[in-house]
Ligand binder design. Structure first.
Ligand SMILES: [Zn+2]
Length: 129
């Protein structure tokens, strides 16, 4: 079958900087490290971590992950604005990601006091119509 073109960690970081230039954001810190559960994560402080698993992935899939995390530097959620930016830079991203999006993101909002792991809080009193 097709030969796998592996990219190095340095090459991956270069791709991120390329995209950052197009999208006009600037990640403050960029890491490539072993991440078994996520493709990538980022924080509101501008730190982006990418999994070494991405080095073996298709270049287009890497781009989807990269663009996703870079947009998080501007938009700290997955709302309408996030999706419209995603579509603007990567119109085919949903097809390319092929359902792997849910594993993609380990977005951590350090400025908010909410914790998602092991929390006991429930939203019982949602304002309804
Ligand atoms: Zn995300």
């Amino acid at each position: 079958m097709a030969s796998k073109r592996q990219v190095t960690a340095v090459g991956l970081k270069r791709e991120v900087r390329d995209w950052a230039g197009k999208i006009r954001v600037e990640p403050k810190q960029l890491y490539v490290q072993r991440m078994t559960r996520k493709w990538a994560s980022c924080s509101t402080r501008g730190r982006i971590c990418l999994s070494t698993d991405l080095l073996r992935e298709d270049r287009r899939f890497r781009s989807v992950v990269i663009v996703h995390e870079l947009i998080h530097l501007m938009v700290p959620n997955h709302g309408k604005l996030f999706k419209s930016l995603m579509n603007a830079h990567m119109p085919d991203w949903e097809r390319i990601a092929g359902g792997r999006v849910s594993r993609m993101c380990g977005f951590v909002n350090h400025s908010a006091g909410t914790r998602t792991s092991g929390g006991r809080r429930r939203r019982e009193d949602l304002p309804g119509g």
